[in-house]
Design a protein around this ligand. Structure first.
Ligand code: 8YV
Length: 321
């Protein structure tokens, strides 16, 4: 019997992360990478000291209450943690942690990909080329829009929102933002604050959603708010699908009220609203914000740092419950 804590790893993680988990823990890996349902989590928690989970596993109050008493901590390999009922975790005395910071750059880079993909009509051009439709040059075909000089409105100016702003400044954009509180000047770097997000919407050309999913942000981009936006504005979402009301955005993309959207996240993903797939002016990605080898390694290491702290009797850096 090893004296290392027993760690259940719910999904297949990058090799370097699994190697460290096996070195420092009695790690139970998920080599087949199947998604664990509530009953699996409860069953597999027997004899386990901690769980390293991904956002694909739902830690509802029912699951948390059903976990074996030996389980002391759940570390999620994600910055978002709406899949963990933190109130239930606190009630049960279960420590929970997430992985902020380490995916900020990758997610901000992806947001810029969405912006350029949407403004430069990357889906339509890429499809033409692959379909063998690259024909005669035309000065007027499928023209996109420049980002230079445009006004980017960032809804949620946390770490990722600020990293998007840093990049967008490099493109010569004017930055507007809405956040629960105004940032200090050193973090604002000249960005224009709107205490009320509704006041920002008519003033921007491109809206980037960079907030967590909370009761305040879910359903934010609805029909009324889209109506407040400028005609031909563009919407980007690298945050959470639930921040957008799909019916409202799809209708605005179909009618031409909005010129385009760049979306990496979807409500009820991966079962996204199929109408998005029919829209020429939607540049779509399947939630790849953090999908680089460096970032996925860092996410795993950060989750393990949190667990190491817990088992050393220290306070983990990224405690969420
Ligand atoms: C991850 C994410 O891919 O970290 C997050 O919150 O949305 C993604 O970058 C995923 O959640 C990993 O569990």
């Amino acid at each position: 019997m090893s004296d290392k804590p027993v760690l259940l790893v719910t999904r297949k993680l990058p090799d370097a992360v699994e190697a460290r988990a096996m070195r420092d823990y009695d790690a139970i890996l998920n080599t087949s990478d199947e998604q664990l349902r509530a009953a699996d989590l409860i069953e597999r928690s027997k004899g386990v000291d901690a769980i390293l989970t991904c956002s694909t596993e739902l830690f509802s109050a029912e699951v948390i209450e059903g976990l074996a008493p030996s389980v002391k901590a759940v570390a999620t390999f994600s910055v978002g943690y709406e899949h963990i009922d933190t109130a239930a975790a606190k009630k049960r005395g279960l420590i929970a942690t997430n992985t902020p910071d380490v995916l900020t750059d990758a997610t901000a880079d992806l947001t810029i990909l969405l912006m350029l993909g949407a403004t430069r009509r990357a889906f339509e051009w890429g499809r033409k080329l692959r379909n063998g439709e690259w024909g005669r040059w035309s000065a007027t075909e499928l023209l996109g829009t420049d980002v230079k000089g445009k006004r980017l409105g960032i809804y949620g100016m946390g770490r990722i929102g600020r990293a998007v702003a840093d990049r967008a400044r490099g493109f010569g954009m004017e930055i507007h933002y809405h956040n629960r509180s105004k940032l200090n000047a050193d973090l604002e770097v000249g960005a224009i604050y709107h205490a009320n997000a509704d006041d920002m919407l008519p003033q921007i050309d491109i809206l980037s959603l960079n907030c967590p999913a909370t009761p305040e942000t879910v359903g934010f981009l609805n029909t009324e708010r889209i109506a407040k936006m400028r005609d031909n504005a563009i919407v980007l979402n690298s945050a959470r699908g639930s921040v957008i009301v799909d019916d409202a955005l799809i209708e605005a993309l179909q009618s031409g009220k909005l010129a385009a959207a760049g979306l990496d996240v979807f409500d009820r993903e991966p079962k996204l609203d199929q109408r998005y797939l029919t829209l020429e002016n939607a540049f779509l990605m399947p939630h790849i914000g953090s999908a680089t080898i460096e970032t996925r390694n860092e996410m795993g290491f950060r989750a393990l740092d949190n667990l190491d702290a817990i088992f050393a009797g220290n306070e983990p850096g990224d405690r969420i419950a």
